[in-house]
Unconditional design. Structure first.
Length: 482
């Protein structure tokens, strides 16, 4: 039977109420769908306090750190053309050589307090650390492998002090974990033979042990960011992954797990065979952003972004286009305006230090955030017609609207088009609230805010709108008052 036929038969059985666990609709009404044992367990967004907090972060910091910071993108004088953390998969790099590098890993200048302070100064509300990347090297001392920090000259746990230092700065910590593990002998991309299956069972046990070990060691973990789950072998593990995800949720109630962890019964990832999101938020926006609100399908989501084109771990030489703080702030604001979080990646070097380009970004983004953070934290989408000058965001609690201007028109005239029956009560610049603008009404529900063009600044400016819904008469009354 083809997969399509299987799906059809299963759909028919579902119609006969043969289905097992179905996703819950918010009001518990039944819905027609393919019966899945391991599909989405919930429809609609989570509304609990931990998820509300996640939703309101706005800005996060990603850190990719591991032994690939030693190779730093080259081997024996030759540059690896891909991401530095993938160098072990390069034909020119002998895996045996790579797998010995950890014996040189000694990040003696690692200072978690200064890392956390920098992240805080940038305005990050959460951070995601690679506890284990694709190479399999563990930044925590793992009971289940020797390929870990305890076996390096450094010896000491890196994750624990990081969790402590970031939490001390009020930054929530999330653990990145790559299921794909090039170091484990049982890891397979495909399960072609009985031996493959046997080996993979060992690997699954190992994976489960390590994930539960992490949650036991770091019980303040707020969530897990899974990666390396795209292989055919893992896509067969719907039952195993579903059970394991439940175990994680039992261990840390409220834990946040994205859509990249488990496949459904048919090997579909992120969205199950019914098109419903699996996990707490969509984890598919890697180095790209949605165009518009329809692309995010009403779900929570995060965007993880590199500063250069495709470098996560430390690379000795950033080639190609390196994003400026202006571009990154624009991506941050666009993410927030479409109900997502923006997570900016950093790749410390082998000694535990950040490169100068990254230090500059901590400062520049931080300077902008210090003045304009109100337009980011706790903010999301506003359903007003988008304008070319930039993005609107809206505070979910206060209802204040922020115009974040990236393309200032030459004449300073910023167009606003409101839905019907909206009154602009007060419009002012965020950094100097006494600077009140009086919008010029050019058509019904259409205005210009005139920004003084004699004060050109390089930094994106933010204008606040306090508005109210009115009846038409009310609007006339309001106008009559002024
Ligand atoms: O950790 C960083 C990357 O290593 C990891 N995610 C970020 C956060 C990542 N790299 N690539 N991907 C995720 C996407 C997967 C790409 C793939 Fe393929 C395309 C997997 C299978 C096809 C190319 C071909 C890479 C492996 C085989």
């Amino acid at each position: 039977m083809s997969k399509k036929e299987v799906v059809l038969v299963v759909a028919m059985l579902a119609g006969l109420n043969f289905g097992k666990v179905m996703a819950q609709t918010p009001d518990n009404t039944p819905r027609s769908s393919i019966a899945l044992e391991h599909g989405s367990h919930r429809l609609g967004k989570r509304t609990d306090p931990m998820m509300e907090k996640w939703r309101n972060y706005g800005l996060g910091q990603f850190i990719h750190w591991g032994v690939y910071s030693i190779t730093a993108g080259k081997w024996e004088g030759k540059d690896y053309p891909g991401a530095s953390s993938w160098i072990r998969s390069w034909s020119e790099m002998p895996a045996e050589d790579y797998d010995q590098l950890y014996l040189q890993f000694d990040p003696e200048r690692f200072d978690p307090q200064s890392w956390a302070k920098q992240a805080k100064a940038m305005g990050a509300k959460y951070m995601i650390i690679t506890t284990k990347h694709h190479d399999g090297f563990c930044l925590w001392p793992s009971k289940f492998t020797e390929y870990d920090i305890a076996s390096t000259p450094y010896k000491k746990d890196l994750i624990g002090p990081m969790v402590e230092a970031y939490e001390a700065e009020g930054i929530d910590v999330y653990l990145y974990f790559s299921v794909m593990d090039w170091n484990h002998p049982g890891f397979r991309t495909d399960l072609k033979t009985a031996e493959d299956r046997e080996a993979y069972e060992e690997f699954k046990t190992f994976t489960r042990n390590q994930i539960l070990e992490l949650l036991e060691r770091y019980p303040n973990t707020k969530g897990l960011w899974f990666d390396g789950t795209w292989d055919a072998a893992w896509k067969e593990q719907a039952d195993f992954a579903d059970k394991l995800e439940s175990e994680m949720r039992e261990m840390i109630p409220g834990i946040i797990i994205g859509s990249r962890f488990r496949p459904d019964d048919y090997g579909n990832r992120h969205f199950d065979s019914n098109g419903d999101l699996m996990g707490d938020y969509e984890q598919g926006w890697e180095r790209k952003l949605p165009e518009g609100i329809e692309d995010v399908k009403g779900n929570d989501w995060d965007c993880v972004m590199t500063v250069p084109e495709n470098q996560w771990g430390y690379h000795y030489d950033w080639k190609g286009h390196v994003k400026t703080s202006f571009e990154l702030v624009e991506m941050l604001v666009k993410s927030v305006s479409l109900n997502g979080n923006f997570v900016l990646n950093f790749g410390p070097d082998r000694y535990g230090e950040f490169r100068n380009e990254e230090r500059k970004l901590f400062k520049e983004i931080g300077d902008w955030m210090e003045i304009n953070q109100e337009a980011i934290y706790g903010c999301g989408y506003l359903d007003w017609e988008k304008q070319d000058w930039g993005y609107y965001t809206k505070d979910r609690e206060t209802g204040k609207i922020y115009m974040v201007v990236f393309n200032m028109p030459i004449n300073g005239a910023l167009r606003i088009k409101t839905p019907e029956k909206v009154h602009l009560d007060k419009v002012y610049e965020l950094k100097s609230p006494s600077k009140i603008f009086v919008p010029e009404e050019i058509h019904k529900d259409e205005y210009f805010v005139h920004y003084p063009v004699d004060q050109p600044g390089k930094s994106p400016i933010v204008i606040v709108i306090e508005s109210s819904k009115t009846q038409e008469e009310g609007k006339t009354y309001q106008r009559a008052k002024t």
